[in-house]
Every structure is written in structure tokens, then in C-alpha cells.
Design a protein around this ligand. Structure first.
Ligand code: HEM
Length: 414
């Protein structure tokens, strides 16, 4: 089908990912967009259309095999999202390679394995709340920097055996990878930097393995059948550190921002009229932490929602828009209503590439949010809700920072 509208030009500063999703939707649930660097792509922001595409095995995530322009050498090192094509891990793999790479780590994140992490996750939360309890009453702090980032990053770094002194530098690669305002030079420098750091870390682990998932991956490398290359090993490590931190951090920050800007809902939550589970599902729906995810490529022409996406074109899945699709959720789709009966979302993805960290993420959210509000009942925003700045990326949906006051005395830990 012919594209009748001009492609929406993506705002690389991510000044308002929800407004942008609505603008894209005005061109239809499946439409063309223009990425930074003038690269044309497709965006899917309709719920049903996304389910259809995500369940369709004719969508690959491997640019080396299935992105026509990349294969033809028309996507240069100066493309600002080149990092997303050059990664070597399950998110850029297809078919048997995807299954092989996913299997290696998925088993570490099953519901049973994650349940065993509960006491340690709880201890990390208690430690952070203790640090916050030492803050002067009335002092303004950045919730994101003091709780939402350190919490998931400590969890994932412990799991992978990353020592404290290496964490900030090793996590920086994932932070910068979602920053869509970087220049091509900054992108190239970041890719080089994280490769170096991850290779050094892996070399050290190889000499001195520990009881951690990096050492498990190294052991798997020796096993027949895994055929894990060094490039895949560091790519997998990079992916897990980034995905283990960034979306959880955003989800925590977004949830606290939403709750503090809806005092009536917060009061109902405190009184037990609504539950944390309702609040978490509703914030995942209306504030999907992954806003617009690169890349998929149809391996043949594929029709989605009446639009034919040509073979080899890049496709982004607009999770933030999907959660607010009025076709699925009606005219109140953009409103925060934890009592709505249908809170379905695709914020963890759908189909074979669905998030492997979902059980861990859910455990983290279910523990970290109630514990925070119980410990600091007077928690409040330190700026007007509308003054909270967006993260500055169109890939993620988060806040640059979240200034809050813990206000009032902390309730003593039980
Ligand atoms: C609220 C938190 C999280 C959200 C909203 C989230 C969201 C997502 C989404 C949307 C995808 C699908 C990508 C696609 O379809 O292309 C995904 C994949 C993935 N996530 Fe998460 N994620 C979260 C937490 C985590 C955590 C804690 C981990 C790690 C422990 C993790 C690891 C992964 C991995 C490895 C993949 C790739 C799966 C594959 O390519 O087969 N995520 N996540």
C-alpha cells in the first residue's frame, strides 16, 4: 500500500514521547517515520498491530542478515543509532541464534530462580532506605539518583559479579546507548569504551571466576553446543547490565512521579481501596519505560494493519504509544486509572523476544515501591509535576531527574 502521509520526523531530544506517539498515530497505527541521520523506518503504535507483528516470525532483529540498507553499506558509522545495529547479543539475533543466546541467560531469570533472590533484593532496598533516612528533613534529593538507579543496578551488578569500583563505568555504556541526543563521535567513543571495559572485565573473570552469572556464561562458552563467541559474550553482558538497570529505573521513577501527582489515588492506595498490583500494572501501561525500541526487519514484505512493510526496512515498536492506544483503551487511554478493568499492555514485549527479566523486574517493583512509601509517608514532589523534565531520549520513557522531599520523619524500619 502506498504511504500517503509524510513520515513523522522523530524528535531526537525526546521532549515528549507521549505527544510524539500521538502525532505518529495520526498517520495510522503503522506508519513511516524519519530517524536521526535521515534514515527512514516504520513505527508501530497500535496495540493489535503490535501483537500481530511481535508474534510474526517473519520479523527478524538481525541487521547483519535482514536490514537491506545496512547490508548494502548505506548505513554508515555516522548513523546516531548505529550502536543498536552493532550489538552482538540476543536482541540482534534471529532464529536458532536467538534461541541459543536467549537460552544461556533466560534460565537465570525464571520465576523460581528470581524468588530465591528475594531476601537479597530486600536487603538492598533496606540499605538504600537507611541511607535516605539520614537525609536532612526538607532537603531536596533526586529520587532517580538516590534510589531508582542504585537499586536495580546493585541487584544486576551483584548477579553478574561486577565489583563496586567498576560499576559506574560499566553501566555508563548502557546509559549512553539510549541517549538519542549524542553526536556520531560520542556514539563511537561510547561503543569503543564499553567494549574495552567489558573485555577487560571478562578477562579478569576468566582468570578468577566467582559464583556469578558472568562466570556461568564463561563456563557455558566451554560447553559443546553453546558456541558463544567472545563478541557475543561481551554483547550479552552489556545487554543484561543495561536492561537490568535502565527500564527498572524508569519504571520506579515514573511510578513515583505519577503517584505523587495523583494524591487522590495515593490516598486510595494507602487506605487499601486499591492495591499496589493495580498501580504497578497501570503505570506500566500508561508510562511504558521503553518508549520506542529499535529494530526489527521483515524478512519478506509483511502486511500489518493494512500496511505493507517492505522486506528489509527497519521497524520500531512504540511501546509508550501502544499502552495509550485509544482503540484498545478508549478515550481515557492517557489517564491514570488503577481501577480500569483492562490494563493490558505490551510494556515487556510479546512473543519470542519478550523480556526475560520480567519476573525479576516485577519482584523489584513489588518490593521497592511499597517499602519506599511505608518508610517515607510524607514523600512529596519538590517541583511542580509539569516541571519534571523528560529523560532526553526517544527510546526510553523516563525523567532526567525527579526532585523530591522525603518530608517528615522516616518510619523506623521493622
Ligand atoms: C520494568 C522493567 C522492564 C521493562 C519494562 C522491560 C521491557 C522489555 C521489552 C519491551 C523487551 C522486548 C524487546 C523486544 O521485543 O524487542 C525486553 C527484552 C529484554 N529484557 Fe527487559 N524490561 C525490563 C526489565 C528487565 C530486566 C530487569 C532484565 C534483566 C535482568 C531485562 C532483560 C531483558 C532482555 C535480556 C531482553 C531481550 C530478550 C530477547 O531479545 O529475547 N529486562 N524488555
Amino acid at each position: 500500500m502506498e504511504q500517503l502521509t509524510c513520515p513523522h520526523i522523530i524528535d531526537r531530544t525526546g521532549s515528549d514521547v507521549h505527544a510524539e506517539a500521538a502525532q505518529i498515530r495520526a498517520n495510522g497505527p503503522v506508519s513511516q517515520i524519519e530517524l536521526p541521520g535521515g534514515v527512514l523506518a516504520w513505527s508501530i503504535v497500535g496495540y493489535e498491530e503490535a501483537v500481530q507483528a511481535l508474534a510474526d516470525a517473519r520479523f527478524s532483529k538481525d541487521p547483519r542478515q535482514h536490514w537491506t540498507a545496512f547490508r548494502d553499506g548505506r548505513i554508515g558509522q555516522d548513523f546516531p543509532l548505529i550502536g543498536w545495529a552493532l550489538m552482538d547479543n540476543m536482541t540482534t539475533a534471529y532464529g536458532a541464534d536467538h534461541s541459543r543466546l536467549r537460552r544461556l541467560t533466560a534460565k537465570a531469570f525464571t520465576t523460581r530462580r528470581v524468588e530465591a533472590m528475594r531476601p537479597r533484593v530486600r536487603a538492598i532496598i533496606d540499605g538504600l532506605l537507611e541511607e535516605l533516612a539520614a537525609v536532612e528533613p526538607g532537603e531536596v534529593i533526586d529520587f532517580k539518583a538516590r534510589y531508582a538507579h542504585p537499586f536495580p543496578s546493585r541487584v544486576i551488578c551483584e548477579l553478574f559479579g561486577v565489583p563496586e569500583e567498576r560499576r559506574a563505568a560499566m553501566l555508563r555504556g548502557g546509559e549512553l546507548n539510549v541517549d538519542t541526543t549524542l553526536t556520531p563521535e560520542e556514539v563511537a567513543a561510547n561503543i569503543e569504551q564499553w567494549h574495552t571495559l567489558m573485555h577487560q572485565f571478562v578477562a579478569d573473570k576468566r582468570r578468577e571466576p566467582g559464583d556469578d552469572l558472568t562466570s556461568d556464561l564463561l563456563a557455558a562458552q566451554e560447553e559443546d553446543g553453546s558456541r558463544l563467541t567472545d563478541s557475543e559474550l561481551v554483547g550479552t553482558l552489556f545487554l543484561l547490565l543495561a536492561t537490568g538497570t535502565e527500564p527498572v529505573m524508569n519504571q520506579l521513577t515514573n511510578s513515583v512521579h505519577v503517584l505523587l501527582s495523583h494524591p487522590e489515588e495515593l490516598a486510595r492506595l494507602r487506605s487499601g481501596e486499591i492495591t499496589w498490583s493495580q498501580v504497578i500494572e497501570e503505570t506500566l501501561r500508561m508510562e511504558a519505560p521503553v518508549a520506542h525500541l529499535p529494530f526489527r526487519f521483515p524478512i519478506e514484505d509483511v502486511e500489518v494493519g493494512g500496511v505493507v512493510i517492505p522486506k528489509g526496512d527497519p521497524v520500531l515498536i512504540g511501546f509508550a504509544g501502544i499502552g495509550r492506544d485509544p482503540v484498545k483503551h478508549g478515550p481515557t487511554a492517557s489517564e491514570f486509572d488503577p481501577t480500569r478493568s483492562d490494563k493490558s499492555h505490551l510494556s515487556f514485549g510479546y512473543g519470542i523476544y519478550r523480556c526475560i527479566g520480567m519476573p525479576l523486574a516485577m519482584l523489584e517493583l513489588e518490593l521497592a515501591l511499597p517499602a519506599l512509601f511505608e518508610r517515607f509517608p510524607g514523600l512529596e514532589l519538590a517541583v511542580k509535576s509539569e516541571e519534571v523534565e523528560p529523560q532526553g531520549t526517544f527510546i526510553m520513557n523516563g525523567r532526567k531527574e525527579l526532585p523530591v522531599r522525603l518530608a517528615g520523619a522516616a518510619v523506623q524500619a521493622a
